[in-house]
Design a protein around this ligand. Structure first.
Ligand code: HEC
Length: 156
């Protein structure tokens, strides 16, 4: 009897420990609201903000918008996710990548906007990678189903 009680007692400690771990995981999860929105809001709105064209509009006159220093609008979860795992899947990853794992070492052309210094860029890139999950530089047509599924990018 005593043994059984001791075992139950120990067992409940294990359960409490596991529940604590799950809560910690939830807290440390990188989300759009908590981590990504502040980066985008600080670094990208002059060209991708509320006065920028929707991607459908942008595509009609890319060169014209480029000259005006406007890219497609990305100031909300809905408008940003298009470039992560929507119609333009992978575009965000290709543009923001630092190029370190590529054969030519060339960073994406939006990497420079991720921060004012190398260390700020590296820090923000690391957060973006954690948020996206399966970071891939492939185009949508080249991605496998597994690669598509690995792109998590949670909102909250
Ligand atoms: C000075 C203006 C400017 C800033 C700041 C800027 N961008 Fe851009 N961005 C552009 C322009 C112009 C284009 C379209 C031309 C091109 O494709 O390079 C573009 C294109 C993109 C694309 C590709 C869109 C597509 O059609 O596939 C992504 C993704 C992107 N930007 C992300 C970002 C992110 C994220 C930031 C902030 C970290 C950022 N950009 C900051 C001007 C800017």
């Amino acid at each position: 009897m005593r043994k059984a009680i001791t075992l139950m007692f120990l067992g409940s400690f294990v359960l409490i420990g596991l529940a604590g771990n799950a809560a910690a995981d939830e807290k440390s999860q990188v989300t759009y609201e908590k981590n990504v929105k502040p980066i985008i809001a600080a670094r990208c709105p002059s060209c991708h903000g509320s006065d920028a064209p929707a991607i459908s509009e942008f595509k009609k006159d890319k060169e014209g918008f480029k000259k005006k220093m406007k890219g497609p609008r990305m100031d909300s979860y809905e408008t940003l996710i298009i470039f992560v795992r929507g119609d333009e899947s992978g575009a965000l990853m290709r543009r923001l990548d630092d190029g370190k794992k590529k054969a030519d070492g060339k960073p994406g052309n939006m990497y420079v906007w991720l921060g004012k210094t190398d260390s700020e860029r590296a820090e923000n890139l690391s957060l973006m990678k954690k948020w996206v999950g399966g970071w891939t530089l492939k185009r949508k047509e080249e991605m496998t189903e597994e690669e598509k599924k690995a792109i998590k990018a949670p909102e909250k």
